[in-house]
Design a protein. Structure first.
Length: 296
């Protein structure tokens, strides 16, 4: 649930193009979001993630967490930049067993803030992570490598692990939103930015009420929640998208793409070029020798 477009940061790779100038509420009221939570629960959904924008900016995030908890969701996660984790939110997350996810770019504050475009954000994020860990809140961190922090991946991972974070992964910048290299992207290239997981039992609802197969699939609007989630899940639009992703997965499976032999634990980066190159060849985000180089 992408509950707001507004964010206190303006990260250069943001797929949602969020910023301080973004809309706080969009067209979705608190009651609208509760209806989405209800409908998803009735369809069997048991996992829920609040994202943005920056979800902690939404003044009723704690109420939405409370509502989702009482609707029987077994797993609730808030994807936040961790710069705004005040005591009230920490207490709320702790009470309801909420998990936190965040992105991190470098152990060097200057490099990190070149991406967030916000002075002091590195320290705020670090303090937010530490506060969550002290409260016993599960935290996972994704280190995103862009052109601005190439070579900082391993250092960032080690730094975050020293903070006490057990769940750390590394990923590449997606050519979506502000991460796009060009305004004009071919349809197949848009699909090739997807990892293949977005159609597997998940949907994304934005603050305008629009529904997408996942947060990255901005080019494929399924419809609007005003039509009802069940109708959208059974829609032709979603079936066609799923078919397209399955076809791409099949092509990737028989691709001549092989891992980069330079990919080792000491030289691990999803931005390393994969050789040979192919139309569906992307670096292995886990840098595991002997595996195909499609992101896991």
């Amino acid at each position: 649930m992408e509950i707001t477009e507004k964010c206190n940061l303006s990260c250069s790779h943001c797929y949602a193009e969020s910023s301080p100038q973004g809309e706080l509420y969009g067209s979705m009221s608190y009651e609208d979001w509760c209806n989405v939570i209800d409908e998803a629960a009735e369809l069997g959904c048991r996992k829920l993630q609040f994202i943005g924008g920056e979800p902690t900016i939404h003044p009723r995030l704690d109420d939405l967490v409370d509502y989702a908890n009482h609707r029987g969701y077994e797993f609730i996660e808030v994807f936040t930049n961790a710069t705004r984790l005040n005591k009230g939110l920490i207490d709320c997350f702790q009470s309801y067993g909420v998990h936190i996810a965040t992105s991190f770019y470098s152990d060097d504050p200057t490099v990190h803030e070149e991406i967030t475009h916000s002075r002091g954000s590195w320290e705020q994020t670090v303090k937010g992570i530490q506060a969550a860990l002290i409260a016993g809140i599960p935290v996972r961190v994704g280190v995103i490598e862009t052109n601005q922090n190439i070579g900082h991946g391993t250092r960032a991972i080690n730094f975050v692990k020293k903070l006490g974070v057990a769940s750390v992964s590394i990923d590449r910048e997606r050519e979506i939103g502000r991460g796009g290299l060009t305004q004009f992207v071919r349809e197949d290239e848009r699909y090739d930015q997807l990892c293949g997981q977005c159609w597997k039992g998940k949907l994304c609802v934005t603050s305008s009420g629009d529904v997408f197969p996942c947060v990255f699939s901005r080019a494929t609007r399924i419809g609007n929640v005003a039509s009802g989630l069940q109708k959208l899940v059974q829609s032709t639009n979603l079936q066609q998208f799923r078919s397209k992703i399955r076809d791409l997965e099949a092509q990737r499976a028989v691709s001549s793409c092989a891992p980069n032999t330079n990919c080792t634990p000491d030289n691990c980066s999803p931005t390393l070029p994969c050789n040979p190159q192919g139309p569906f060849c992307s670096p292995d985000s886990t840098c595991t020798p002997g595996t195909r180089c499609q992101p896991s």
